[in-house]
Ligand binder design. Structure first.
Ligand SMILES: Cc1ncc(C[n+]2csc(CCOP(=O)(O)OP(=O)(O)O)c2C)c(N)n1
Ligand SMILES: [Mg+2]
Length: 380
């Protein structure tokens, strides 16, 4: 136990108020105690928030089909177990290159994407494994892609950051921060031009909105009334840089006001809140051919990528967000609404674990691409 932790609050006050004995060591201890107290208060606040959130989530659950609710929870649990397995096999050297995990952010992909029609289109950043699976690419094909194997969704040539499937209307997996905002806007333009009726969901992180492409795209989308939904996954960090250090304003959703575009702030820990906001935006896109910007506030539990030791934030900060874990929250709400029992949850958990094990077996057994694949599907 640290020296600070063994001190009582009274002795800390004494240190703080004492007129003499103000040593550098004392100041250090006071600093630690103040920080510790502030972090504890944050955790208490998070617990209270969690309860309020649960009450509103239950209301939304009551309006939703039970089979769909079960599937949503399954997809969230599958995403979590899949990503935990990715971290495990990455450490074993099975996956090479970059690997950005989505743990903590599952409510965004599941809430937004499960409100779509299968023919709608999705594009995202390099943090793309869970989105790929929710769009219908099998866990086997996603994991084999991570392994660089021929059974992967792009024959092992894309890897972690470049999941793609035209068949599933999933258009990547992009490594250039913000690059997909321009491409997603073009996809929505194409859908409108062809009168296909498709809606485009375009995901990106909060660090991407400081780039010109974000503003150029939003301007065009509103001007040309494009059926696109921009989803900013605000996890508060762009690699090791917090939003506070990089952005003049806290409020990203409001940036759309500059283009007279509809916008909403959404709680990214609440899968039903994400779904409800997505449904409103999808209706606007489909029926009025108008874009929306959703700022979904969330948090990633793991580092930026597997090689990030995460020295820029405290353990307490991560714990604060884990108090509001989106899967636990949803599970508790479903139980409180008497939609699912403990036995149902166990079955969901078992099914997810089994699916991940099947994916591992497939990825392990799938061969590496043969030499004949070296120059196919690539621009030369
Ligand atoms: C144009 C460009 N600049 C810089 C980078 C390096 N880079 C990779 S990820 C990243 C942070 C992006 O953060 P954010 O958009 O918030 O997404 P998150 O990783 O949090 O999901 C940066 C700066 C890049 N890939 N592309
Ligand atoms: Mg971010």
């Amino acid at each position: 136990m640290s020296k600070a932790a063994t001190l009582t609050e009274g002795s800390a006050n004494k240190i703080q108020n004492g007129s003499n004995g103000k040593t550098a060591e004392n100041e250090h201890v006071v600093d630690l105690l103040t920080r510790e107290k502030a972090e504890k208060e944050k955790v208490e606040l998070a617990k209270a928030e969690y309860e309020a959130r649960r009450a509103s989530q239950i209301e939304s659950i009551k309006r939703t089909d039970k089979k769909l609710l079960r599937e949503m929870l399954y997809q969230m649990v599958l995403g979590r177990r899949f990503e935990e397995k990715c971290a495990e096999v990455y450490r074993m050297g099975k996956i090479g290159g970059f690997c950005h995990l989505y743990i903590g952010q599952e409510a965004i992909a599941i809430g937004a994407m499960m409100a779509l029609e299968p023919s709608d289109m999705v594009i995202t950043s390099y943090r793309d494994h869970v989105q790929a699976m929710v769009k219908g690419i099998s866990p086997e094909a996603v994991l084999a892609e991570l392994y660089g194997k021929i059974g992967g969704c792009v024959k092992g040539k894309g890897g972690s950051m470049h999941m793609f499937s035209k068949e599933h209307e999933f258009y990547g997996g992009h490594g250039i921060v913000g690059g997909q905002i321009g491409v997603g806007t073009g996809m929505a333009y194409a859908a409108k031009y062809r009168e296909s009726g498709q809606v485009t969901l375009c995901f990106f992180g909060e660090a991407a909105v400081n780039q010109g492409i974000f503003h150029e795209s939003l301007n065009m989308a509103q001007l040309w009334r494009l059926p696109v939904i921009y989803i900013c996954e605000n996890n508060n960090y762009g690699m090791g840089t917090s939003q506070e250090r990089a952005m003049s304003t806290r409020n990203i959703a409001k940036k759309a006001d500059a283009y007279e575009m509809a916008n909403e702030f959404v709680d990214g820990m609440d899968v039903m809140a994400v779904r409800d906001a997505a449904l409103r935006a999808i209706e606007r896109a489909r029926n009025e051919s108008l874009p929306t910007l959703l700022e979904v506030r969330s948090y990633r539990y793991m580092g930026h990528s597997m090689s990030d030791p995460g020295n820029y934030r405290t353990r307490e900060e991560i714990a604060k967000y884990q108090e509001r874990d989106p899967i636990v929250l949803f599970k508790d709400s479903l139980k409180a609404a008497k939609v699912l029992s403990d036995k149902d949850f166990d079955a969901i958990e078992a099914e997810a674990v089994e699916t991940v094990e099947r994916a591992v077996k497939f990825a392990e057994e799938s061969p590496f691409p043969p030499e004949s694949e070296l120059l196919t599907d690539v621009l030369v």
